[in-house]
Ligand binder design. Structure first.
Ligand SMILES: Nc1nc2c([nH]c(=O)n2[C@H]2C[C@H](O)[C@@H](COP(=O)(O)OP(=O)(O)OP(=O)(O)O)O2)c(=O)[nH]1
Length: 154
């Protein structure tokens, strides 16, 4: 597999894109972490020597208390603050019971793509991910790019 783009700040992160009925599992970050209160996917930084898949599964377990499995990498980008992010299609059991870790996550919910894209609290790098998907830079198995985005500029 190709490598992710180089971070300019030395940091790498992985993000889990979890789907259910054309919606994404989103979290609101807690007040105790970086980017407090922002809406994003579950995920976090990759530790030294850790694979993207292992970091993904560890972070989802830490944040949501559920066992996830890594699908495949959908996209990579570098955030405005220099972190290299790998965006992974991720699977959880249909009957998985989410138990958030309140130190890291304030709230979670299923969110439609257009709602996420226009959310005023969306983490800025996620706008790039959603806009790139919308522009067919990559596809996400199991969900078609919606026709209607309420004329959001990207
Ligand atoms: N969790 C998450 N991080 C994202 C997303 N999009 C995005 O650019 N990032 C970036 C933000 C951060 O630079 C990095 C992950 O940071 P984090 O603060 O969630 O990681 P962490 O839990 O390991 O944090 P820490 O305890 O080590 O400080 O990835 C996203 O959708 N979810």
């Amino acid at each position: 597999m190709s490598t992710s783009p180089q971070p300019s700040n030395g940091k790498r992160a992985v993000v889990g894109v979890i789907l259910w009925r054309n919606q994404f599992l989103t979290i609101r970050r807690s007040e105790h972490v970086a980017a407090p209160g922002k809406i994003c996917f579950p995920g976090g930084k990759i530790e030294l020597g850790e694979s993207e898949e292992d970091a993904l599964i560890r972070e989802i377990q830490e944040e949501l208390g559920i066992l996830a499995t890594a699908g495949h990498r959908l996209y990579t980008n570098v955030t405005g603050w220099g972190t290299s992010v790998a965006w992974w299609l991720t699977h959880i059991a249909e009957d998985a019971e989410v138990q958030i870790n309140e130190k890291e996550v304030a709230h979670w919910c299923w969110m439609a793509p257009a709602t996420m894209l226009r959310h005023p609290d969306l983490l800025s790098s996620n706008r790039d991910f959603l806009a790139s998907w919308r522009n067919s830079v990559f596809s996400i198995p199991g969900i078609a790019v919606p026709d209607i985005w309420d004329d959001i500029d990207d």
